[in-house]
Design a protein around this ligand. Sequence first.
Ligand code: SF4
Ligand code: SF4
Length: 184
Amino acid sequence: MQYLMENKALDIDKSFSEQVKEASGTEIGRCYQCLTCSLGCPSAFAMDYLPHQIVKMVQLGLRQPVLSSATIWVCADCQTCATRCPNEVNLVKIMDVLRETSLREGLAREHGVTDFHRIFLDNIRRWGRQHELSLIIKLKLKTRDPFSDLSAGVKMMLKGKLKLLPARFREIGKVRDIFKGAEG
Ligand code: SF4
Ligand code: SF4
């Protein structure tokens, strides 16, 4: 693994595996590193650690490198790994827990991705559905990258794919109740 190969001092958190197990309801200790999850993962090409490596690192208590990895943000929650794992290790739930913990502890490294998640959810909370144009504008301002993808944006505008004004969902109250429930 890259982290191990860089010879960095290993900070081991012995309780990390137990915390992730409790929060995800998944028996992480059952993983016997068969690699099935990594071989079928459609996002593996963009990950810094493969899914089976993330499981191993959690088992070993490598809290910091796991929570600051790109992998947990690149995972598309597609369920392929969880469906195929012979030991019912649910990597989808594990990734959810790792993302939440990473955000809570300020360890998220992929700021563009986490900004996207926040803005996406803020829009849903506000209007009950997505408004792509404001999502793009807010993300561009937040990441201070106003000009990349500009031509694609203009083409989408011209084809009517980006609406100028957001449409509000009639049952917005119910959507906000879901957010309140999820945020405890
Ligand atoms: S498929 Fe399951 S048992 Fe195999 S490496 Fe992945 S998590 Fe571990
Ligand atoms: S849920 Fe995530 S880790 Fe699992 S196969 Fe899909 S992208 Fe890969």
